[in-house]
Design a protein around this ligand. Structure first.
Ligand SMILES: NC(=O)c1ccc[n+]([C@@H]2O[C@H](COP(=O)([O-])OP(=O)(O)OC[C@H]3O[C@@H](n4cnc5c(N)ncnc54)[C@H](O)[C@@H]3O)[C@@H](O)[C@H]2O)c1
Ligand SMILES: [Zn+2]
Length: 358
């Protein structure tokens, strides 16, 4: 099963191709078609690149990837290395790896020579269903996640679900968290479909997996097309995609991006807090809250953490870049598949109403 999705924003147009066993074929095409190509490759998937007969003749840099690579040091060092290779405006950076590599590479590509071509080959489920779509990139600072970055669309995105066979169960689950998020915020039918099919996704059933990736991207695309630069403040706002991320990002920052939580695990807890908050404020029915929680529990997505309401967590949320005039933008639910953006929340309200329903 192959799928193709076109993304057309105000200034850019590109396609996302989902096809099993397509990486090598596509890498060859990229090398053939482009002037100068620099590959940035996650060490964990370097084995694929090695399948290319002449891989040693290519410009490539391998990187040991985790959240920690998204920092100023790497940005500077990699940029210097790439400049030394001798790139020009029409050169291309190809990132083969997960969301952390994609975010770092995107930021580098968008700023080198004020922007050189970027092609993304996402190799984690999370990057295939989420981070490689929509053109956001960024690095972290001591104060929080993704505080420095740009909007920069790639020239194309190549998704090969078969690469997920080497991914750990934990990382698969992390990507699944973003898939279920898409159902919860925008598509009730998709949520119920996932209720029936999630186990097949974890077993990497190609047909089901491809459909889940495809559907997830279509939902994300809706928000990206309507609100590429996240300017809207209504229910079409791209910020809706941040459902669960207020507390999720705060947890990641709290734990200093160590291995305690994957991004997906952190936002899973964040989604349960956001759903509880929605119920406690009178928007979400108990029935829908329970359906969400049961889905999380039966798929081993975490629903709590001992530090989730730590004072420091609230301080981090208070400093978040998306806050305006002391108000905290928070994505809430009116029901499964029906999220909205509330810009009326403040720290006091959060502290009072975010407790999790037992
Ligand atoms: N730009 C966006 O719109 C956006 C959206 C969502 C998330 N993100 C970002 O994405 C990042 C998370 O991405 P991620 O979950 O892919 O993390 P990641 O890049 O750290 O990858 C997770 C782990 O899987 C390994 N790996 C990658 N591909 C593999 C494969 N095929 N087989 C075996 N191991 C493999 C990596 O080396 C790493 O250890 C976060 O920094 C988050 O902020 C960005
Ligand atoms: Zn996310």
């Amino acid at each position: 099963m192959n799928k193709k999705i076109n993304i057309k924003t105000k200034n850019d147009s590109y396609s996302i191709n989902i096809e099993k066993n397509s990486i090598i074929k596509n890498i060859k095409k990229i090398i053939y078609k482009n002037n100068k190509v620099v590959f940035l490759i996650d060490k964990k998937v370097f084995y694929i690149f090695k399948k290319l007969n002449n891989y040693k003749n290519q410009n490539y840099i391998t990187i040991n990837c985790s959240e920690k690579i998204k920092n100023f040091n790497n940005y500077v060092n990699l940029s210097e290395k790439i400049i030394k290779i001798g790139v020009e405006r029409n050169s291309t950076i190809v990132a083969i790896g997960g969301g952390t590599l994609g975010d770092l590479s995107g930021f580098i590509a968008s700023t080198l020579l004020r922007g050189i071509n970027l092609i993304l080959i996402p190799t984690t489920l999370l990057s295939q269903v989420d981070s490689s779509v929509g053109g956001k990139n960024g690095i972290n600072t001591k104060s929080g996640k993704n505080l420095v970055g740009t909007f920069y669309q790639p020239k194309s995105v190549i998704i090969d679900p078969s690469i997920l066979s080497t991914l750990s169960k934990r990382e698969l689950l992390s990507g699944y968290a973003e898939i279920i998020k898409h159902g919860i915020i925008n598509d009730k039918k998709f949520f119920y479909w996932l209720n029936n099919n999630s186990k097949k996704i974890f077993k990497l059933d190609n047909n089901i997996l491809t459909q889940a990736i495809y559907k997830s991207i279509l939902i994300k695309r809706k928000y990206v097309l309507k609100d590429e630069k996240e300017k809207l403040k209504n229910s079409h706002s791209r910020a809706i995609l941040n459902f669960g991320h207020t507390f999720g990002h705060a947890l990641e920052t709290f734990y200093k991006f160590n291995q305690k939580f994957t991004h997906g695990e952190a936002i899973s807890i964040g989604m349960i807090i956001a759903a509880s908050f929605s119920h406690n404020l009178g928007y979400l029915s108990l029935k829908d809250f329970e359906k969400i929680k049961i889905h999380f529990l039966s798929n081993n997505l975490p629903v709590q953490d001992e530090n989730m309401f730590n004072k420091k967590i609230f301080n981090i949320i208070d400093k978040d870049k998306k806050n305006l005039n002391g108000k905290i933008n928070f994505v809430l639910l009116k029901g499964i598949g029906n999220a909205f953006l509330s810009n009326k929340q403040n720290l006091k309200n959060l502290k009072k109403n975010t407790h999790i329903i037992k």
